[in-house]
Design a protein around this ligand. Structure first.
Ligand code: BDP
Length: 684
């Protein structure tokens, strides 16, 4: 049980009665689409059915492919599952308007059986709320994965297009199983080479595999590509020669990948080229790329990232994206969608949400979530991110009054935009189990499920994933679910509690670094924690950076007031005196120290609970997880000790009772020489 099969294990269903129940309910399967044709995607659905039912109940039912009426309520990708009778025999009918709908219905049927649900009265429909459900891979052409912690990139560039790794198909199956329908295969820190004919032939080979599973391929495009591979002297988006170059390039890409999905662009951000280099704005840049993607009947899109900030800009970094983008509202073409990270800073363990979600009513907006755990312990530490994403997607922006949640902004219903999309930065790599930490598979799964239906709860998804992934009795399964559910908050507690943020080590972002100084100010830690002898925290209120003004009045009132701001965002919005009396009645310093301690205690509790699971799940994954938890425990103590020693220099207060004193002095933690880190080449 090495984890390779992910949540698609299809082991024999437990219980003779259940098995025979399924066998008699599934003498046949009807695939119904509007076309009623046997296409490559239908062939994939059939292959999955054969694989799944072969494993689950040792049967291979007859498959009928029939044409049906258009069912508007199912939209483009939705499906209906229904128990029916065919020639006097019980069957299940899977209906979709499209082949993809049938494929998703097939996976849903198999999932129900893996979960042991009855098929007797089966009659249900499911329609994804978001149209483009994407993976983002930060994969470089040399196969190094930026912020990847599970081995190398899955794409074997040197062997493509001739050699097709079987992993490509297994990857595509895993995506399709949760309803993901697109993937951006290369890094946002882009390399123009991918747009050359040599690479496009390789890209096309990947797209050919993915297409059979309903997945469209997208690329990141380097803004300066016309100069780097096109021989032009400029990449000015308003220069006709540049526009012509992109028009031709896009046309060329479609000859390789006829269903190409479009471009993802990181521009004028962290050193990437962009329209500002030529005195133009983001809309000029995005629209130039978008025009050919919508020409000649194409339906490609541009996902233009709002992750922009510049150290020359002396305003609070968390305000900058809003400042740059809001004036451009209404200027983007219809096939441009602005891709926004959940928080305005980066992917911290906890942030307030990006205020852009509550702005730009005339612009299509999408969310970017980070599945890979850049700031949450790589794939060493356990952090099930379902609760974080639930927190984000259910967050109210109040943009159009109460109920204007980020989920509704992203699915397009709030503003009635037809183009909707969501992206998750992948945590996959060549590790045999795909994600490094065996339990990090849950994040890949949870992202896919939420992309389909952002109203599912994190708990529900954790239950599903656990049941699909382990052979565990109910008690053990519940235990795993509970461990998962608390894990992200545990990481918050021992690393950046009470709204602290960006106090990690520089570069690799693994481990504590509240002392990080030097270089550009917005990459230092004191820029964010602002610790001094008076207190700690970033003042983003009316007397501080005023970042709070980027939110709706309801939130300004709640978050701007020390009495009503929740503890978990306290130091995100306020600089708070060390002796400030918290809701608990304790002074801030004591509360902070106790939160760090609580994080460590929670890791200990988690280890004990995990130990008790020995023999209740397979040894292989149990032990791999146990070992990682031992490392996480060391990491958690290091975070606590380093941060408390550091902040104590300012607070000048003793540790409250119940907080263990640090093992070493502060200098020791500063000097920890991490030669290598999970997922980072390191320096030797
Ligand atoms: C930061 C990462 C960096 C990415 C950047 C981005 O540290 O590797 O390139 O985000 O999203 O979190 O562009």
């Amino acid at each position: 049980e090495d984890g390779y099969r992910l949540w698609l294990r299809y082991d024999q269903v437990d219980g003779r009665d259940v098995r025979s129940g399924y066998r008699s309910a599934l003498r046949a399967v009807v695939f119904q689409t509007t076309a009623g044709e046997d296409t490559p995607v239908i062939a994939s659905a059939r292959a999955e059915l054969t694989r799944g039912l072969g494993g689950l109940i040792d049967r291979d039912p007859t498959v009928h492919i029939v044409a049906g009426e258009l069912r508007p309520e199912l939209g483009a990708d939705g499906y209906a599952l229904k128990a029916v009778t065919v020639d006097g025999e019980r069957a299940v009918r899977i209906t979709g308007n499209s082949d993809a709908g049938v494929l998703y219905g097939t996976f849903a049927l198999l999932r129900k059986m893996q979960l042991g649900e009855s098929l007797d009265e089966l009659d249900e429909t499911s329609v994804p709320k978001i149209a483009r459900r994407l993976m983002n891979h930060w994969d470089n052409l040399n196969r190094f994965v930026e912020r990847g912690y599970a081995g190398f990139s899955l794409w074997e560039w040197a062997y493509l297009p001739e050699v097709i790794s079987p992993r490509y198909e297994d990857y595509a199956r895993a995506l399709a199983s949760t309803g993901i329908n697109g993937t951006v295969i290369n890094n946002v820190n882009a390399n123009a080479l991918i747009l050359t004919p040599e690479y496009l032939a390789k890209v096309a080979a990947l797209a050919d595999v993915f297409r059979q599973w309903g997945i469209r391929l997208y690329l990141t495009s380097r803004f300066s590509a016309p100069m780097e591979i096109g021989g032009l002297e400029t990449a000015d988006p308003l220069d006709p020669a540049v526009q012509a170059w992109w028009d031709a390039k896009v046309a060329e890409i479609y000859t390789y990948v006829p269903d190409f999905g479009g471009f993802l662009v990181k521009a004028n951000s962290e050193g990437q080229p962009g329209p500002h280099d030529f005195g133009r704005d983001h809309a000029d840049g995005a629209n130039m790329l978008a025009a050919p993607l919508a020409a000649e009947g194409r339906d490609g899109i541009v996902m233009w990232r709002a992750f922009v900030y510049a150290f020359e800009d002396d305003t609070d970094r968390v305000k900058q994206a809003y400042n740059q983008f809001v004036p451009l509202d209404g200027k983007f073409l219809d096939n441009v969608i602005v891709q926004i990270k959940n928080g305005p800073l980066d992917f911290m363990p906890r942030e307030a949400f990006s205020p852009l979600f509550g702005a730009m009513p005339h612009t299509r907006l999408m969310a970017e979530l980070q599945i890979t755990q850049e700031y949450l312990g790589g794939s060493v530490q356990l952090a099930y991110l379902g609760p974080m994403w639930e927190e984000v997607l259910t967050q109210d922006t109040y943009a159009q009054g109460e109920g204007s949640t980020i989920g509704r902004v992203v699915d397009g219903t709030l503003k009635g935009h037809p183009l909707s999309a969501i992206a998750g930065v992948a945590n996959t790599g060549t590790d045999r189990n795909w994600t490094g930490h065996p339990l990090a598979q849950s994040n890949w799964y949870a992202y896919g499920r939420l992309a389909w239906d952002h109203e599912l709860t994190a708990h529900q998804i954790a239950e599903e994933w656990t049941a699909l992934t382990f052979d565990a009795e109910e008690d053990a399964a519940n235990e795993i679910v509970e461990i998962l559910m608390g894990s992200r908050e545990t990481v918050v507690n021992y690393s950046m509690p009470l709204g602290l943020h960006h106090i990690m080590e520089r570069g690799h972002h693994y481990g504590p670094g509240p002392w990080v100084m030097g270089g550009r100010s917005d990459w230092t830690s004191p820029y964010y924690h602002q610790a001094n002898e008076i207190g700690v925290g970033a003042d983003r209120g009316q007397f501080g950076s005023k970042a709070i003004n980027q939110y709706a009045l309801e939130l300004r009132q709640q978050w701007g007031n020390l009495d009503t701001v929740p503890d978990n965002l306290l130091l995100w919005f306020h600089h708070v005196p060390w002796d400030y009396e918290m809701k608990s009645g304790r002074p801030l310093w004591d509360e902070l120290a106790l939160r760090y301690q609580q994080g460590v205690d929670e890791v200990h509790a988690m280890q004990a609970r995990w130990d008790d699971l020995q023999g209740k799940i397979d040894d292989e994954r149990w032990d791999a997880t146990r070992q990682r938890m031992a490392l996480q425990e060391k990491d958690a103590r290091e975070w606590r000790d380093a941060c408390l020693l550091y902040f104590q220099q300012f607070s000048q207060r003793p540790l409250p009772e119940g907080v263990e004193p640090a093992e070493y002095d502060l200098q020791h933690y500063i000097d920890v020489n991490r030669r290598y880190y999970p997922g980072h080449p390191g320096e030797y």
